[in-house]
Design a protein around this ligand. Structure first.
Ligand code: NAD
Length: 368
């Protein structure tokens, strides 16, 4: 078997800084666990625009389509705000998602015990929280036609967007969510608004079909998305995996993310259909952006990016034990009180640098 291949796209701002720490983790696996990756590095976002005049080149897209997984840092920065919409750094990311057809966006919301006081909710509500939101990413109201703003012929205007889902689109994201549930707590909650939306009725029926025909061993519940939002802040630990559409997923995953405290801690994955080797098309990236306010200062928290690599180990490479090792090391480092500046809040004393946080995670991996 050849080594699994990984395309690394550090991007802009703090992207390269946090990715340098992931490279240390990759090197550690190579030297200590005999786990090696075929790593290629390339450009995306503003740096790709600077080099090629486009936020991602066709060559980089081809590479992304050919590797086992893509790991991205962050894109964007004030320097590029003046660019035409089609050339903006974010278009590089959108092109990756679209052309790789990454329809399932996985957003874990995990609250490490040492950070439970960071949440805006009470400690007992969030301590130990570990849920996964699966958001449909390539269809729904953000893409449905017709869309646009037109005259209403009565002197006003009308804005239109269309929520549209097909059987195939719902079933494939439902399967991705059921598969995840099987690897976790075996519970899936599907959220829609079947009480007021036909697309919600179809969503519920199709998720139920997939359950009855293919995943009856997984516990399935349904919830209206508004009730789901309330439950997420009331008692989030009742959930294991949540699956929902593009619009509701956008809102619910951001709300759930904030239960856990800092943006610098949040990984994500976007998965598509299985390739010939059985691995899904996959892009892993931290939730945060390029943080121009702290870029170049060695202050960024690399944990979101390191945890994104841990997700790649788990979901692309079936290396769950190695993913556990990385996540356990992060937990151990936090328990020791080691903090980058974003994790210190108002206490504010003695933050470690980006590189020191990476080194601390590596040291904890060695001690595990
Ligand atoms: P941001 O996530 O970059 O930053 C928001 C705040 O969180 C900033 O104060 C920043 O310093 C802090 N922060 C973010 N990540 C951190 C980390 N790892 N460690 C410590 N602090 C961290 O969002 P923004 O400021 O709204 O956007 C900045 C740029 O990033 C914009 O150009 C935006 O378009 C882009 N962006 C890119 C992505 C992406 O690449 N996926 C996502 C969001 C925003």
């Amino acid at each position: 078997m050849p080594n699994p291949s990984l395309l690394i796209l550090p991007g802009d701002g703090i992207g390269p800084e946090v990715m340098a720490e992931v490279r240390k983790v990759i090197d550690w696996f190579d030297s200590n666990k005999n786990v090696s990756f075929e790593v290629t590095e390339d450009l995306v976002g503003g740096c790709a625009y600077d080099a090629h005049g486009a936020p991602i080149s066709d060559e980089t897209m081809e590479l992304a389509q050919s590797v086992d997984a893509v790991l991205l840092g962050a894109v964007g920065g004030p320097k590029y705000d003046v660019l035409d919409f089609s050339l903006k750094p974010e278009r590089g990311l959108l092109r990756l998602r679209k052309e790789m057809d990454l329809f399932a966006n996985l957003r874990p919301a995990q609250c490490f015990d040492a950070l439970a006081d960071f949440s805006s909710l009470k400690r007992d509500v969030v301590a130990g929280l570990d849920i996964m939101i699966v958001r449909e990413l390539t269809s729904g109201i953000y893409f449905g036609e017709p869309r646009g703003i037109t005259d209403d012929n009565e002197g006003g205007r009308v804005g239109v967007n269309t929520q549209r889902y097909t059987t195939a689109e719902i079933r494939r994201v439902a399967r991705a969510a059921f598969d995840l549930a099987r690897k976790r707590g075996n519970k899936l909650c599907s959220m829609e608004k079947a009480n007021v939306m036909e697309s919600g009725v179809l969503w519920r029926e199709e998720v139920t079909w997939v359950h009855e025909n293919e995943y009856s061993d997984v516990e399935l519940t349904h919830m209206y998305a508004d009730a789901g939002a309330m439950q997420l802040v009331r008692w989030p630990k009742q959930f294991d995996v949540i699956v929902t559409d593009n619009l509701f997923g956008d809102l619910l995953s951001d709300a759930a993310a904030m239960l856990t405290g800092s943006l610098g801690m949040l990984p994500s994955a976007s998965l598509g259909a299985p390739m010939d080797n059985g691995r899904p098309k996959a892009l892993y990236e931290p939730v945060h952006g390029s943080a121009p306010d702290i870029a170049g200062q060695d202050r960024a928290n690399p944990i979101a990016c390191i945890l994104s690599f841990a997700m790649a180990l788990r979901y692309s490479f079936d290396m769950g034990q190695h993913a556990d090792l990385v996540e356990g090391a992060v937990e151990a480092v936090l328990a020791q009180g080691i903090r980058t500046a974003d994790l210190l809040g108002d206490e504010g004393s003695d933050p470690v640098s980006t590189a020191e946080m990476g080194d601390a995670v590596i040291a904890a991996m060695g001690e595990a």
